[in-house]
Design a binder for this molecule. Structure first.
Ligand code: CA
Length: 217
């Protein structure tokens, strides 16, 4: 799942990003509204955590433009006050959810997860193919009932392959969904992660390489 955190309080922004990365999400950060619009211009985020009171472009305006551009991203707005007017305004602008500051971090994670599921409505929360079962909520992977311990990136790659439901996923898509913007696009991390993931999943192999195109499960 790819998430954008938009928050001008840098300490808070970085803390949110770190917490979401621990949940195996790929997270980018924008520290103002203009940076948020720039990033959403070229990356399709599943969920955007959007602070309302932002410099350069206000959070309301960011939400308005995303909705106007028919963005598929789900928006959770962070409002400074638990003020009813504030919440209604945010939801009116097209936010899918809101959370008043200060919030409990676990609640934010749960809501981001729930919104991420809503952005892929046809799929059940637990993904399963070829005896491989992945539970995003519990961060649990099993094959034929046996638990498999995966790193965060292996988990994220497997999640994308399962979400594709048998379709081929390109290396670019995997980089886009499982890594953040700091990754070098010419890196071989996808290949390396795929190798260790395949090894952990064991025999017979379930991940197929489609030469020149990508991978499928
Ligand atoms: Ca703010």
């Amino acid at each position: 799942m790819r998430v954008l955190v938009v928050e001008d309080e840098r300490v808070l922004a970085d803390a949110i990003a770190t917490g979401l990365r621990r949940e195996a999400m790929a997270v980018d950060v924008a520290y103002d509204g203009a940076e948020a619009l720039e990033k959403t211009g070229y990356i399709d985020y599943d969920v955007i955590v959007l602070d309302r009171d932002l410099p350069r472009v206000h959070g309301d305006e960011v939400a308005r433009r995303l909705v106007a551009d028919r963005s598929a991203s789900r928006i959770i707005m962070l409002t400074a006050a638990g003020d009813v007017d504030d919440r209604v305004a945010g939801l009116d602008l097209g936010a899918d959810d809101y959370l008043a500051k200060p919030f409990a971090f676990l609640e934010l994670i749960a809501r981001v997860r729930a919104l991420g599921r809503r952005s892929a409505p046809a799929l059940p929360p637990v993904l399963e193919r070829a005896g491989v079962r992945l539970d995003p909520g519990k961060r649990l992977v099993t094959r034929n009932g046996a638990e498999i311990a995966l790193t965060k990136k292996e988990f994220a790659v497997l999640e994308e392959l399962l979400r594709a439901d048998g379709a081929v996923v390109s290396q670019e898509d995997l980089l886009d969904k499982a890594w953040d913007e700091h990754i070098d696009p010419f890196t071989n991390v996808v290949r390396v992660t795929m190798m260790t993931l395949r090894k952990k999943l064991g025999e017979p192999q379930v991940i197929e390489t489609v030469p020149g195109v990508g991978y499928k499960l």
